[in-house]
Design a binder for this molecule. Structure first.
Ligand code: GLU
Length: 413
């Protein structure tokens, strides 16, 4: 295999489970080299009248279990290696959740905060013009990710439908409800994570009311999981966003924190709370730590200082491989991203099914089905991981990889 094509970070993960799974070189190639990687460069006319070229990516990692599925993000530091790794994680995530999908990921190298709404629309539409011939409801189905949202999915869908000359809502998920999006999609990732955590807390005979929680990141995912856990009686003592964090040992009223952020643009300065830095929040003495921002928040330099008993990975890849080893030695239970944040893609799947069948499900129905799917995944995990005292990441990787390789083998002549 061409060395440049290998996903370096995937190899690191695969190495850890290769012996248990008795992987041969063909298996390793399947699991470390994406099936298809696309890099685009496309022009967009800015408000000033100038033309700027943007770089876009789409990596379709593996499609043995079904059409590839995964989000599109807008981020200034996005690069091919990162997209490879994230598309690998999507492949495993869809297998863990038992969805009939392979995995993909993509996005545009852009800092969306530096552009107007009109310019972002032009970028979204121009990117879709590049992508259109490689995606489809039975090929590859994009969705929102970091810094992208239903509005952007709506622009992309509209552009796609103009290109193919007919309606096709099932090509993209996370759309506005009026364009065929699903009820509940906006906070599905957070509900999914909350269901998983609640199951684990019950399994460990811990009480909601006595369980303290810190949430790093107050974007869509972090904000809603903090709100849901607060509503369920958990004691959310700390939250943070890119501008800073807040702490109150008695627990924060998250609905009010949300109003404060709406007014002031950040959580900092919330009445009755003490200020904490993002770093200090990660190291605070809580039962549950929920990293919900970007990758690599917990790394080899701060892993030794983490005091939480459980880490619920709501961001994708918030713990580096080196940090993972350190945390496991400290007997911290890590609920990995491919389970913890699978709620988003699960409701994307429900959206796709509704589109294909021309149906509309209520929010209640969606959340009930989401809960069942998450509980099924937790039950599968608990069969191999008694009392959650094992390496949950490794256990889930092993079962997900088996599912992917089984499907690959069934396709070979
Ligand atoms: N971007 C989300 C994720 O990383 C959702 C992907 C999807 O719905 O396809 O899981």
């Amino acid at each position: 295999m061409e060395k440049d094509n290998i996903c370096i970070d995937c190899s690191r993960h695969i190495d850890k489970v290769a012996r248990t799974l008795k992987l041969d070189q063909t298996d390793i190639d399947i699991l470390t080299v994406p099936r298809r990687m696309m890099v685009f460069s496309f022009p967009v006319k800015l408000d000033s009248g100038n033309v700027q070229y943007f770089t876009g990516y789409r990596v379709q990692f593996n499609d043995a279990r079904g059409p590839t599925k995964g989000g599109l993000r807008f981020h200034p530091e996005l690069n091919l290696e990162e997209v490879k790794r994230l598309s690998f994680l999507m492949t495993l995530k869809c297998a863990v959740a038992n969805l009939p999908y392979g995995g993909a990921k993509g996005g545009v190298v852009i800092n969306p905060h530096e552009f107007s709404r009109k310019e972002l629309e032009s970028v979204s539409r121009a990117f879709m013009r590049q992508l259109a011939e490689f995606i489809g409801p039975q090929r590859d189905i994009p969705a929102p990710d970091v810094n992208t949202n239903p509005e952007i999915m709506g622009w992309m869908l509209d552009e796609y439908e103009k290109i193919i000359g007919k309606k096709c809502p099932a090509v993209i998920t996370g759309k506005p409800i009026k364009l065929g999006g699903s009820e509940g999609r906006e906070f599905s990732t957070s509900y999914g994570g909350a269901y998983v955590l609640d199951n684990i807390i019950k399994g460990l005979s811990m009480d909601r009311e006595k369980t303290t929680v810190a949430v790093q990141g107050f974007g869509n995912v972090g904000m809603h999981i903090a709100r849901i856990l607060d509503e369920w009686g958990y004691k959310v003592v700390a939250v943070s966003d890119s501008k800073g964090g807040i702490f109150n040992e008695k627990g924060l009223n998250i609905k009010e924190v949300m109003l404060h952020k709406n007014k002031t643009g950040g959580v900092a300065g919330f009445k009755g709370s003490k200020g904490v830095s993002n770093e200090a929040l990660l190291e605070s003495k809580v039962d549950v730590l929920i990293p919900s921002a970007m990758e690599n928040a917990i790394h080899k330099n701060n892993a030794g200082k983490i005091k939480a008993k459980i880490i619920l990975e709501m961001a994708n890849g918030p713990v580096t491989t080196e940090a993972d080893d350190i945390l496991l030695k400290k007997k911290i239970r890590i609920v990995p991203d491919i389970l913890a944040n699978a709620g988003g893609v699960i409701v994307s799947y429900f959206e796709w099914v509704q589109n294909l069948k021309n149906e509309r499900w209520s929010e209640e129905e969606v959340l009930k089905k989401l809960r069942e799917k998450m509980e099924q995944a937790v039950t599968e995990l608990s069969k191999v991981c008694y009392n959650y005292n094992c390496n949950m990441r490794e256990s889930l990787y092993i079962s997900a990889i088996k599912k992917v390789l089984d499907a690959e083998r069934k396709r070979k002549v």
